[in-house]
Ligand binder design. Structure first.
Ligand SMILES: NC(=O)c1ccc[n+]([C@@H]2O[C@H](COP(=O)([O-])OP(=O)(O)OC[C@H]3O[C@@H](n4cnc5c(N)ncnc54)[C@H](O)[C@@H]3O)[C@@H](O)[C@H]2O)c1
Length: 283
């Protein structure tokens, strides 16, 4: 693989494009308009500059990103890519539209990857000419730091495409694991019930948010407690993931506690809205 396309330059797409360019791939990132693109590229720049100040990013890496990364508001820009990773908003119809376009545009043997957290790879592959080259590549936030990539095999995905995607993740310095096309894959299947249980504890008055966090940090050596993590991930994102899993599996462990739903309804989404279980206003 030499040339990489990334669709979407939001939180995840910008990180994926950065890591691809930094590791020597000619990379082109596509956004819907110049304004959003500029914001995404600025976040990459910002990340690199802060990393350099902290001694974590070298001048060579900054130069590699400058040299290898280009951007466009036209999806045509990815037409000669060997792999295209889609990281647009989590919406099935939008993603299908993007993959239909890509399928008509790129070479028949180019790999089409989705960074979706909850949509079936097999379902997205239904709009693609040859679904055997469609795969899930689920990166974690923040992409430059988190090492894991879940490589998801759709029903039609070939062994060759799985192997090539794994190799690509390794070449970005990541630790890939493979997983079938099942809702929430591996991490969220473990993580979401854990987060929901933490909310249930608070809801039922068993422990305060602070004590739930302390319990897991000091009792289990976790770097961060579940309530703090929830505020990071976003209560809305967690609720969405839980609802998708509950709809699929109908198991009580995926059913959202009422408190989580009420907090989302009240706009207490965590850090991004200034308030979740903890307050981040003017901090
Ligand atoms: N945020 C996370 O922690 C996280 C982690 C793993 C996976 N994901 C998944 O990654 C994907 C992107 O999430 P995000 O958090 O980066 O969202 P985001 O909202 O930060 O970015 C999505 C970007 O896609 C752009 N976009 C929409 N339609 C487009 C199109 N047709 N062409 C090009 N760009 C388009 C939007 O303008 C936006 O900038 C989602 O599928 C999400 O589920 C997110």
């Amino acid at each position: 693989m030499k040339k990489v396309g990334v669709i979407g330059c939001g939180l995840m797409g910008s990180g994926i494009a950065q890591m691809s360019a930094l590791n020597g791939y000619t990379t082109v990132v596509v956004e819907v308009n110049e304004e959003i693109l500029k914001k995404g590229l600025a976040s990459i720049q910002d990340w690199l500059e802060k990393g350099k100040k902290r001694g974590k990013v070298t001048d060579e890496q900054i130069e590699a990103v400058r040299k290898n990364l280009s951007s466009s508001t036209q999806v045509n820009a990815v037409k000669d890519c060997d792999i295209v990773i889609e990281a647009v908003t989590e919406n099935t119809e939008l993603k299908k539209k993007v993959f239909k376009q890509l399928s008509d545009l790129v070479r028949d043997d180019a790999i089409l990857a989705t960074n979706t957290s909850s949509i079936s790879v097999t379902e997205l592959a239904t709009v693609v000419k040859n679904p055997e080259r469609m795969v899930g590549m689920h990166f974690f936030n923040p992409v430059p730091i988190m090492k894991l990539v879940e490589i998801i095999r759709g029903l039609a995905t070939t062994d060759a495409v799985m192997a090539a995607s794994r190799e690509f993740a390794l070449s970005l310095g990541k630790e890939p694991i493979t997983c079938p096309d099942t809702p929430a894959f591996v991490v969220n299947k473990l993580l979401i019930p854990y987060l929901l249980d933490a909310v249930r504890m608070v809801q039922d008055g068993i422990a305060t948010p602070e004590d739930v966090d302390k319990a897991m940090v000091h009792g289990c050596g976790y770097p961060m407690g579940p309530i703090t993590l929830l505020d990071y991930v976003g209560l809305d994102t967690t609720l969405h993931a839980a609802d998708v899993m509950y709809a699929e599996f109908r198991e009580p462990k995926y059913a959202s506690p009422v408190l989580l739903r009420r907090m989302v309804q009240a706009g207490r989404w965590g850090r991004k809205s200034g308030r979740g279980f903890y307050s981040y206003e003017k901090r």
